[in-house]
Design a protein around this ligand. Sequence first.
Ligand SMILES: [Zn+2]
Length: 163
Amino acid sequence: MPRKSADISPALRNKLIAAAKRVRFNAFAPYSRYYVGSAVLGGSGRIHAGVNVESPSLISHVCAERNAIFSAITQGEREILAVATVCTSSVSCGSCRQMIREFARGDIPIFAVYHDVERGTERMVRTTIGRLLPESHTGDKFDWKKRTQQDAADPKPPRRRAK
Ligand SMILES: [Zn+2]
């Protein structure tokens, strides 16, 4: 049955934000010193966290949101119901927005928490991935959901047919 609302309870929101905060300073950010923690609520109800990981090549950098999503996918999730990100001052980058939208409906909540540890300030912005990435390019347009349902019913990797 489709969910009526993409919103989540305040208690679950707080749990999601706490999970992002817990991992934030595990980030590997020796170059930018910009520490980000993220947590996603998977369709199973489980929370998966991630941090940003940098590299001196810069182009190999992976953001906290994508690492949280990759962890969720690794654990078998195929749907994201909410995202929390904790950092000093910004909302998810374009690459992360696209990756979130790949696994989420447009109306899922995104909680961006700006937490400045040195100043002791904290502010939360609630938005949706649809607002952050309108007219997005999604897997729905390529029958992705149908294939995912088939994968869920038969999770074995595809095999080559014998000739
Ligand atoms: Zn990003």
